[in-house]
Design a protein around this ligand. Sequence first.
Ligand code: GDP
Ligand code: MN
Length: 384
Amino acid sequence: MNLFEYEAKELFLKHGIPVPKGFICKTPLEVEMAYQDLQGDAVLKVQVLLGGRGKAGGIKFPSSLDEARILAEKLFSTPFKGIQISQILVEERLNISHEFYLSITPGTSRGCPLLVFSPKGGIEIEELAATSPDLIKKVYIDPRYGLFGHAFRFTLGEANVPRSLHDQLIQLAQKLYRLYWDLDAELAEINPLVLTSDGRLIAADAKLRIDDSALFRHPELPRRTPKTVEERAKSLGLSYVTLDGDIGILSNGAGLTMATMDQIELAGGKPANFLDCGQRIIENGVWDGLNLILENPRVRVILINVFGGGVRCDIIAEKIVQAVERLEQDSKLSVDVIVCLQGRNMEEGKYILSKCMTKRLRQASTVEEAVKLAVDSANYSNLR
Ligand code: GDP
Ligand code: MN
């Protein structure tokens, strides 16, 4: 989960990392008030989960109250890179004497966190990597001990950073590492880390991404309401991806789901989605999954392909029967559901399916047969 700049900066502040004084604003009037609070020396920054706002016109330096209001009205009413702006961060304008880059990520090669520092901040790190890779310095951090001051001091020396800044930069990097560690972050980035003309080091920008799998450990962090069908599926414990075909798939296990998609393609059909219910198949997975699939108006038929390995087919069969009967009662079942159950207790499972009251539910005894039924049904619907 990515945090907004203002959310990340609040957390920075809690961890002792200096950030500019600022106010988060939801209306042009609030922007005006914040601008006045800052004595007219302020920057307006649109809050989007994207980088490169500076270049794209999302960072403004108004020189009067009138201009601040006009800019705010414009920023709130025009989509920024296709995204509606609902919040603007109004911040004290910094007098920049130098811009550094500092980040911590899990790294990729050595299985331990990686600090990246550059004496040349303010531009995207990817761009810097392409133009001046020698200005990107790396320090691997042993998680048993944290960031050693001397290790980073050596790097600062290599990067020709003035000695007078070393202590301040080391303390700041150690605080950033603490924050990264404590919050289970996947990215903690300050770009630019600004040296002001009066000698202060301040995080002018802040990027924080938290490991989704660790969010349950952080009730203190903000939550995003899931918006896309993929996000909602994830919040239900399901792994779902929309595709452009017309055969809905519900399966258990990523491998089986992908194999089912391949089988459909081979038989001349097109999957409408990837949906792996995983272990949720014996809980609410079938019900939630079928509802997600049926949201897609392109779906002409649903193929449920389940292998009972750790889970029992009879339990899954009951879940399927309950779900389709309820969907039919609610007049929500507009397509056929083809089921192929194999594995543990499959005979009991098949018996339970055969007792289903819903005519739309059809059983196949092999995957090939199920796929053929699904592809035929989709093609037949398309002819009508
Ligand atoms: P990003 O483009 O989305 O990464 O947004 P940043 O917050 O990093 O801002 C982009 C650039 O705007 C920075 O690199 C600075 O050069 C400039 N900038 C941001 N805040 C200030 C400020 O308070 N004073 C000045 N002079 N420049 C700023
Ligand atoms: Mn930035």
